[in-house]
Design a protein around this ligand. Structure first.
Ligand SMILES: Cc1cc2nc3c(=O)[nH]c(=O)nc-3n(C[C@H](O)[C@H](O)[C@H](O)COP(=O)(O)OP(=O)(O)OC[C@H]3O[C@@H](n4cnc5c(N)ncnc54)[C@H](O)[C@@H]3O)c2cc1C
Length: 207
């Protein structure tokens, strides 16, 4: 007697094997895609982290990031490891290059303290208004974003005191100290702010 069910089972079995193989391959591809998405995200994050930005980083870090970036693309900016003298040369910051975060900070503080040092003892209403506006606008244009955001926060709770030269110089010293504190730098003695920025030190070494 002919068994008609046998060809049916054979076909059914082949179909099952095909489906299983398809499933295995399909999920293998899915997993690979997921992994590659993860990797590309990680790469993107890494790239954004090493994106060099002079005014948001200090000079040493900026240089390190640029070196890292160029070594990854196999196109070294300057012969680094092979030439120690060259390495030394670029580690020392020149004064005819764009500013890094620290140089920008130092220059800005110099400007701010000098504005405070030369501020009127009895400022007019207009002078007070302009000076206050200037300080409040600074974080909106300051080229280091982290610094600007933190300075904005400081300004929310410490409104500029522009009532007199002494008050303004003292206020400037205090907000500078808040940044110093955040950066774990030594705090400045604010009773000496006019010696430092206006009159020169009592021992006369600035005369
Ligand atoms: C508004 C602003 C926000 C900043 N925020 C950041 C930040 O978030 N992160 C960051 O890494 N950098 C920030 N910086 C830069 C940072 O404050 C420094 O300028 C930088 O690290 C270089 O420091 P420095 O040690 O050379 O001296 P600086 O802090 O630049 O000081 C320059 C000189 O000012 C004198 N001085 C120091 N403290 C005082 C004071 N309290 N009163 C009066 N005179 C003083 C000293 O003689 C010193 O040599 C900011 C700068 C500014 C202007």
């Amino acid at each position: 007697m002919i068994d008609f069910t046998t060809p049916f089972f054979t076909i059914y079995n082949s179909y099952q094997i095909f489906i299983n193989k398809f499933k295995v391959n399909y999920f293998k591809i899915q997993n690979q895609n997921e992994k590659s998405v993860d990797n590309s995200n990680a790469q993107l994050i890494e790239q954004s982290q090493i994106e060099p930005c002079r005014s948001c980083t200090d000079f040493q870090t900026f240089n390190r990031m640029r070196r890292q970036e160029y070594s990854q693309t196999q196109v070294p900016l300057v012969p680094l490891e092979s030439n120690k003298k060259e390495t030394k040369r670029i580690e020392k910051q020149r004064d005819d290059c764009p500013l890094d975060k620290d140089e920008l900070g130092r220059s800005t503080w110099k400007l701010l303290h000098t504005i405070a040092a030369t501020y009127s003892d009895k400022p007019s209403a207009e002078e007070q208004c302009n000076t206050e506006q200037f300080i409040k606008l600074l974080p909106k244009v300051y080229p280091c974003e982290t610094c600007a955001n933190d300075f904005s926060e400081i300004l929310k709770y410490h409104q500029p005191d522009v009532s007199s030269q002494k008050a303004f110089a003292h206020w400037m010293c205090e907000v500078h100290n808040m940044v110093n504190k955040k950066l774990k730098k030594p705090l400045f003695d604010c009773s000496k702010v006019n010696e430092r920025w206006r009159d020169g030190w009592i021992d006369g070494h600035c005369d």
